[in-house]
Each structure stands twice: as structure tokens, then as C-alpha cells.
Design a protein around this ligand. Structure first.
Ligand SMILES: *Cc1c(COP(=O)(O)O)cnc(C)c1O
Length: 355
């Protein structure tokens, strides 16, 4: 049976991946040594394309990791000596905060409501915070923090490093890359790739802090990543295949501004379509803070159960509600690799089975 994957990560894999996979096999990419010239060239080309297509400033550094979670850990261990400050309204942001607390007791955070716009006025970030951490797109409840708010945080705290988790938005919408010092993501969401590769993007100021701090205790210490990346290498044998697939997908992709236009157009179409239903409604009432790449809907547990049951029979996979929202919500990915005809099929399914 055909499969229609609307899970918000791991997600629908880009349709060209099977061809790229075969090319990788035929060209011997899967078995290349990660200290070889061939790898260094691939790594350099991939990083170049990321910068070009996602409008990442040319003086920023990009590192390959194994996951977004590993990026949290690298930041926590290599860029914070005592204290970071976390802004969060959902499960992923809170998880990062909790990991950080395990390493640094004095870590502080501010939890805001999922229907609340993050407001800087009521926010007092202690001056000794070394890093402000936030989740641009909170995948668990389908909310996002706007570029405008990110800019105003940068303006209010010009000296403090800002780290942003953009795991489910990088590659799907146009983010103000120059307004934060650290961005992190993994490829199984908006890049439409199999899981197993993370991206850590750092400004010159973040690199400088890593050097000043000099933390070098672990295989994935940022200082080790930096010195290996001087040769476009990694400190361990990386997922070369995933780097190759990312390179191929990026080569074919339009620039992020064009991708964002497609994401927004599709999002608006989804929103109009969904507004006709009485069986479910948007989990987030406040339209202004809804995510464009992940849609979350709420309903009764009976209807949620029916949605998963019927959709599975039809070959459609929706995202379950996340954490404590599991029985009262479900999620629909709006990632670039999903095909138009798949969205049409999914909407046909919803129209025919729900009110
Ligand atoms: C999926 C996700 C993660 C975790 O990504 P991994 O690659 O599994 O570590 C972290 N943060 C956000 C916002 C996510 O959506």
C-alpha cells in the first residue's frame, strides 16, 4: 500500500532520495574514508550549498553532528561555564532546558504559555547568563517564534550569545540567520532526509567563546569540531551517506525564500481547508504564533482515536499528539518534500471521514 507520511519528523523523504542513494552506491560514496580528499570535497561542497541556499552568513561555521539532541549537549558542555537562560513553551524547549540543568545547576528558564506570544517586556534575563536559548519552532505544540521577536531579543541583549533550536523549521522557512549565534537542526524534518545527521551552525562570536572557554574534554567538544572542520573533517566517522544525500537534495532545491513561499502557500491552504471542520480545531487559538511547518489540531480523544485508526487503514500517517497532548491532539507536517498529490489525498480522506 502507498504510504502518505505526515508525521512531523522523521518525515516524508524527498522523492529523489532513492536515485541519490543508488548514485552514492555506484560512486562508492558510502565507503569513502572520512580523512580522504573525496570526503573533504563533499563536506566543503555541502557546507557551501547550505550557506548559499539558506542565506547563512559566510563567516559562520557549520558542523556535522549526529542529531539535534547532540547539538544541545555540545552547546551545554562547550559554550556555557555556569549559566544559560531558556525560553520555552513546549516539550522540546523544556527538554533542552532540563539537559542543561543537569550540567549546570544555576541554569534558569522562563516558561510561557503555548497560546502566548513571547513578550520581551515582562522578561528579565539575568545579566550573567552566557547564552539565551530558545526553540524557534516548537514541534510538540506547533507554535513558532517570529523573526521579529528574534531580532528584538538580539537588540535587547546585544552582548549575550543566542542559541536557537530550529530543528523543524530550518530548510522550510526563511530564518534570520545573522540574528543568532548558534542554530541547530537535524535533517529528518524540513530537509526530507532519513534521520541520523544534525547541523550545528555557529557565528564567529560563538567560535570565539568556544576558544576562550577551551572546553576539550569530549570527542564532541566544540573545540574538537572546530579544529577538524578546518580540514572539512569531523572528529568521528560521520554519516557520510547522509551528508551526500543532503548535498544532493540541496543542489536541486531552490533558495530558502522560494521554499518559504511554497511553505506559506501550503500552510494557508491547509488553514482554510481545516477551518471548515467541527470535529477538530487548531490546538493554538492565536493565529499569529502558529507554526507554518507543523500543524497541530485538537479534538476529543474519541475523534483522535478514530483519526489514527482510519488513517492507518488508508496508508496515511499523522503525527500523534506530543507528550501530555497525546490523546487530545494530532499533528500534520507541512514540510517541503511532501508532494502536492499527497496533500490532496490527505484532505480528501479528512473531508470524507470527518465533519
Ligand atoms: C525533532 C526535534 C528535536 C530532536 O531531534 P533529534 O534529531 O531527534 O535529536 C529537537 N528539537 C526540536 C524542536 C525537534 O523538533
Amino acid at each position: 500500500m502507498a504510504s502518505y507520511n505526515f508525521y512531523p519528523g522523521p518525515s516524508r523523504v524527498n522523492k529523489n532520495v532513492p536515485d541519490y542513494f543508488r548514485d552514492a552506491y555506484n560512486q562508492g560514496i558510502m565507503g569513502i574514508n572520512h580523512r580522504s580528499d573525496a570526503f573533504m570535497e563533499l563536506s566543503r561542497n555541502c557546507i557551501q550549498l547550505l550557506k548559499e541556499k539558506l542565506t547563512i552568513p559566510s563567516d559562520y561555521e557549520i558542523f556535522f553532528t549526529s542529531s539535534a539532541t547532540e547539538c544541545w549537549e555540545i552547546i551545554n558542555q562547550s559554550l556555557i561555564t555556569k549559566k544559560s537562560y531558556h525560553l520555552f513553551n513546549g516539550a522540546f524547549g523544556e527538554k533542552w532546558f532540563n539537559y542543561s540543568k543537569l550540567l549546570h545547576e544555576s541554569t534558569e528558564g522562563f516558561a510561557f504559555g503555548k497560546n502566548e506570544k513571547l513578550s520581551l517586556e515582562e522578561l528579565i534575563i539575568p545579566f550573567e547568563s552566557e547564552l539565551i536559548c530558545l526553540t524557534q519552532n516548537e514541534t510538540s505544540n506547533a507554535t513558532q517564534i517570529s523573526g521579529k521577536i528574534i531580532r528584538s531579543i538580539r537588540k535587547s541583549y546585544p552582548e549575550t550569545l543566542i542559541a536557537i533550536d530550529a530543528t523543524s523549521s530550518l530548510g522550510g522557512i526563511h530564518l534570520p540567520m545573522d540574528q543568532a549565534d548558534i542554530w541547530l537542526a537535524s535533517v529528518q524534518k524540513c530537509f526530507g532526509l532519513p534521520a541520523g545527521l544534525g547541523l550545528l551552525i555557529c557565528s564567529p562570536k560563538a567560535i570565539e567563546k568556544a576558544h576562550t572557554m577551551g572546553e576539550a574534554k569530549y570527542y564532541n567538544s566544540l573545540t574538537a569540531l572546530i579544529s577538524n572542520m578546518e580540514k572539512y573533517q569531523t572528529s568521528y566517522t560521520p554519516n557520510v551517506l547522509a551528508i551526500y544525500l543532503l548535498y544532493r537534495v540541496l543542489q536541486k532545491r531552490k533558495k530558502i525564500t522560494a521554499i518559504e513561499a511554497k511553505t506559506l502557500k501550503r500552510y494557508n491552504q491547509w488553514a482554510t481547508f481545516l477551518s471548515d471542520f467541527s470535529d477538530f480545531e487548531f490546538l493554538i487559538d492565536n493565529e499569529k504564533i502558529r507554526s507554518n511547518t507543523v500543524i497541530a489540531l485538537k479534538s476529543t480523544s474519541g475523534i483522535i482515536e478514530k483519526i489514527h485508526e482510519l488513517s492507518t487503514d488508508t496508508g496515511i500517517t499523522f503525527g500523534k499528539g506530543y507528550g501530555n497532548l497525546k490523546t487530545t491532539s494530532f499533528r500534520i507536517a507541512n514540510f517541503p518534500s511532501i508532494l502536492k498529490k499527497e496533500i490532496e489525498y490527505c484532505q480528501y480522506f479528512l473531508r470524507n471521514n470527518f465533519n
